[in-house]
Design a binder for this molecule. Sequence first.
Ligand code: ADP
Ligand code: MG
Length: 255
Amino acid sequence: MSQETMLQTRGLTRRFGGLVAVNDVDFDVKTGEIHAILGPNGAGKSTLINLLSGELPPSSGEILYQGQPIHGKPARQIARMGIGRSHQKTNIFPRLSCLQNCELAARIHMGGVFGSWRSGQRAREVNEKALQVLETCQLVHQAYTPASAMSYGEQRQLQIAMVLATSPSLMLLDEPMAGMGHEETAQVTELLKALSDQYTLVLIEHDMDSVFRLADRITVMVDGCVLESGPTEQIRRSEKVQDVYLGRHHQEASA
Ligand code: ADP
Ligand code: MG
């Protein structure tokens, strides 16, 4: 794995009124890695992703992507620079087919004017891209199924396909396995593992088995701050993390 830094934040902070949701966060992602973000609910994980993707502007601090500052740039522009993201809540178009959902994602990313003489060519490119990502996510057999008619797990998989359709270099995935059963979780874990050959992944996930199987490095957040960040083994063994997060998580799970 390359040790080159793809993305880094310095002193990244986001306030909502009096609440500091992301508090002075230094975070870095290396090219080719799977970097998991762990932390209890309300820790600021989704807000961090929203800052990285440009959906929220930071209150202060910097974000560098491939060495260039991107804080303050609009989300659309950041997406075009190669940062793709999925949301914690499913946001697909339920009445459109799987294929149409992916075509839309690809189309938004490619941008441009579709009424031009190149529109036929463009439509073919979009269609090819959509089919290709459905293939990758093992959803080709559902290409013409309305998204609403698929299982919840397949809808979550479609969301990953839609991120892929935007041709990202870096994928930010906010709880891609949330609400999935054991088998579906295992399936998506393998999909993400396969994608990591080609993409750099930042993953928010609560399923510890998946995180430990997938992540090269882990950053643990608590109350908007980074508690600890490091290689997966280091985090797994960290007493600080076990006390503050894994311990609490365990108690909640067994309560
Ligand atoms: P996590 O994803 O780790 O569960 P979030 O980033 O969603 O945490 O939230 C962190 C904190 O910021 C929470 O206290 C949440 O209520 C608050 N928060 C998140 N988004 C907003 C918002 N748009 N407006 C006000 N408060 C918010
Ligand atoms: Mg969240």
